[in-house]
Design a protein around this ligand. Sequence first.
Ligand SMILES: C[S@@+](CC[C@H](N)C(=O)[O-])C[C@H]1O[C@@H](n2cnc3c(N)ncnc32)[C@H](O)[C@@H]1O
Length: 318
Amino acid sequence: MKLIFLLSGEHPKLAKAEAITITNGKYPKAHKNLLILTTNKIKNINRLAYTKKVYKFLFVSTLKNLEKDMAKFNWNSIYEKDFSLRIHNKKNLQEKELAGYIWDKVKKPKVNLTNPKTQIELFIHKKQVFCGLLINKINPEFEKRHPKIRPSMHPTTLKPRLARAMINLSGKNSGKLLDPFCGTGGILIEAGLLNYKITGYDLSHYLLQGCEKNLKHYKIKNYKLKHKDSTTKLEKTNLIVTDLPYGLHSSLFQKNNLKELYSNFLSRAQDSTDNAIIMFPNKVNIKTLIKKTKFKIRQIFKLRVHRSLTRNIVVLEK
Ligand SMILES: C[S@@+](CC[C@H](N)C(=O)[O-])C[C@H]1O[C@@H](n2cnc3c(N)ncnc32)[C@H](O)[C@@H]1O
């Protein structure tokens, strides 16, 4: 099936990679915040973090041929109960006029502008027009898990949308997930809600307590938290997803050099899992670090996390 993904507009490269990975999508083509691909794997679409809506691709036309193509399309083949037509980035097009082509074609036409069963949307990109039938509105309610409203807060915790996208980039949709630097659980909360068996380690008792409070708050039951140094032997897991420590603020780490910590951790991680999604600080030479391990870099995404903070998300596999 050919689908259109309306992406959120944030971190476009990451958003595309996330949708392609989750759907195992083929022949992807991107036009600004639209991604078009072919897939039969739509079961997991609801877990996407950076996609707002998903549509069944109906046809592509041009501004010049749009009326002709609207008149030609077999609307009966997709029409159910009632309908609406919306145009994104309208130009001079009139929704009412174009909706007339659907009205004329279907057997019992009925317009419903608030909650239509058949929602047709047109996307204008340059001179092209993509027509889709809405099949999925994604609402993972990230605002309910915003770090500011969690019972326990860590200043560098990841926002839920980004945490979830990191998990999705692995392409592993279930199993055991370990965050070896879990802090207050930004990644573990999302993973728990996606039904992974989650384990978190941290060197700070205080943050582990906060993490537990957060997991309980979101009614996540299947978790294990351990006070542990993640440069020592790690348990076996299907997946590691983590945001590395990047500051030497706490007295806990003063003895450590960060580069050494990353290197020691990676050498443990390679014996624990085949798949890891790791957020690195910007100034680290990632390729040199990874070369010393059994991992291969599948993808790297550079992103601005806060105004003055850039990070790299690295997708590793063996
Ligand atoms: C960037 S923070 C992770 C934040 C976390 N993702 C969250 O949502 O709160 C890194 C964490 O690594 C922990 N840490 C630092 N060195 C560690 C080590 N050697 N072993 C385990 N945890 C460590 C810190 O206490 C801190 O909580």
